[in-house]
Design a protein around this ligand. Structure first.
Ligand code: FAD
Length: 431
């Protein structure tokens, strides 16, 4: 029997049908389009079997499959080593073209280069598209063509360029669904890929508070941020729709979305930041890296209520408010003198919105080792942060059930830790 000639659209971190650039482009091809998703064993094998992010991906695949079924098609969900999955797709179909949206993380870049070679060797054309950002790679650079390493000029250039396009084009995929391949069948279940549901769930995003965002976003008990981060991470919302909407609503909120793109271009331009200091002058710092201290921090048992509440929120929900992320990160690096990579790795395991560029960028900001980072001598006082941002203790009491006025004994005294941090940094920074 002859094989069906198809174009394939490969979903990855763009789990939506609407306004999806790569899917739209695939639907313009000359062949019926088979949409696929691959559970990559190289990634799954490193995760706990009830990882909430895998559950979230699976739920979104189910939803997309149901939507595609309404158009007499469906999603093909595969599982295995990426290369062998592609080999079997090539055995089963006469694959003419493959379309996907770009992912700029180091592992994805290497995986995509490898698969592109495999496909091109078999005569398949491969078309990658920009989808998860407004501006990618080297689109926002300085006059000399080099990447920005300071946020404000990056943001100014970003806004200047966006204004020439605003609103950026959105893509009407639904108008072309008749081009979908008539794929039948059900998608793999979670248990078929060796996973089980997690009690931790991604919250729906919420944009109702946007008008007062600049006044409320720093107060964790108010809970007035968008909860967009996991949705942007997995592409369940379109960044174009969001930015076109946010542009007229709130500058501060838009700036946060530009921070996201700033850190993405930093990781793209300087891939070493994934695990090394952006400022190599900081390589000489003598970290204490005490494992017992790290364990207390992870468990939310430092004796500092703001730090402990944040870590418990993270452990219980896979989320932590941004202000509190800054406090716990500063505490780990400065008060405990534990290198940022330890905290970054812990967040990577726990955060539903884990995104390498934002995580590494913000951790290096807190440690003072990153581009445009907090100065090393700025050491947050966790108690003052609490007084400023959780004056009535409402956030703390939500996450520390046993909280009372005599709560805990700080594991390290603030003034001593502050002086120790400044002295250690000063001695370690290479001239
Ligand atoms: P909102 O305040 O509603 O912001 C809207 C969106 O803007 C966010 O969803 C996010 O996409 C973007 N954004 C906001 N702040 C930042 C920022 N500082 N850097 C980059 N993008 C930002 N964010 C992640 O998405 N993934 C991470 O792995 C991550 N790790 C972090 C680690 C540390 C130590 C710190 C201090 C911050 C980290 N952040 C990370 C940034 C920020 O804390 C989260 O994006 C934010 O808390 C998510 O909640 P929200 O969607 O309600 O935010």
């Amino acid at each position: 029997m002859s094989k069906a000639a198809v174009s394939i659209f490969w979903f990855r971190r763009d789990l939506r049908l609407e306004d999806n650039v790569g899917l739209y482009q695939a639907l313009q091809s000359d062949y019926p389009v088979l949409p696929i998703f691959i559970f990559d064993e190289a990634i799954l094998s490193k995760l706990p079997k009830n990882d909430a992010r895998v559950g979230f991906i699976h739920e979104n695949l189910q939803q997309m499959h149901a939507q595609l079924q309404e158009h007499s098609s469906g999603l093909r969900v595969c599982h295995g080593a990426i290369n062998s999955v592609w080999e079997s797709l090539l055995d089963e179909f006469d694959v003419k073209e493959v379309f996907y949206n770009k992912d700029y993380e180091p592992y994805a870049l290497q995986r995509d280069a490898q698969i592109t070679t495999l496909l091109q060797e078999r005569g398949v054309s491969v078309s990658p598209f920009k989808d998860q950002v407004i501006f990618e790679e080297k689109e926002i650079v300085k006059a000399d063509g080099l990447p920005y390493t300071v946020y404000t000029p990056f943001k100014n250039k970003w806004l200047e360029k966006y204004k020439t396009l605003a609103p950026v084009q959105e893509w009407d995929t639904a108008a072309h669904f008749s081009k979908l391949y008539p794929h039948q069948g059900e998608i793999l279940t979670l248990s078929a890929i060796g996973f089980e549901p997690s009690p931790i769930k991604v919250k729906p995003h919420n944009l109702k508070f946007i008008a007062n965002y600049h006044d409320t976003r720093d107060f964790p008990a108010m809970d007035k941020t968008s909860y967009l981060s996991p949705h942007l991470r997995f592409g369940t919302v379109s960044v174009r729709k969001l930015v076109n909407w946010a542009f007229h609503k709130n500058d501060v909120f838009l700036s946060e979305l530009i921070w996201r793109e700033f850190f993405m271009q930093i990781l793209f331009s300087f891939p070493k930041v994934a695990n090394k200091n952006f400022k190599s002058a900081y390589d000489g710092i003598q970290w204490r890296n005490n494992e017992d201290d790290f364990k207390r921090w992870c468990e939310g048992k430092t004796g500092y209520p703001m730090v402990d509440a944040g870590m418990r929120q993270l452990n219980e929900t896979g989320y932590m408010h941004n202000r509190v992320r800054m406090v716990v990160a500063s505490f780990l690096c400065k008060h405990l003198l534990i290198e940022w990579q330890w905290g970054e790795a812990y967040f990577a395991q726990k955060l539903l919105d884990y995104d390498m560029s934002a995580n590494v960028g913000n951790w290096q900001w807190a440690a003072g080792t990153g581009c445009d980072a907090a100065p090393y001598f700025r050491v947050f006082n966790p108690d003052i942060q609490q007084k400023k941002f959780d004056e009535k203790g409402a956030y703390i009491r939500t996450w520390i059930k046993e909280f009372n006025l005599g709560y805990g004994k700080p594991m390290v005294e603030h003034a001593m830790a502050r002086d120790r941090a400044i002295a250690t940094y000063k001695a370690g920074i290479l001239k």
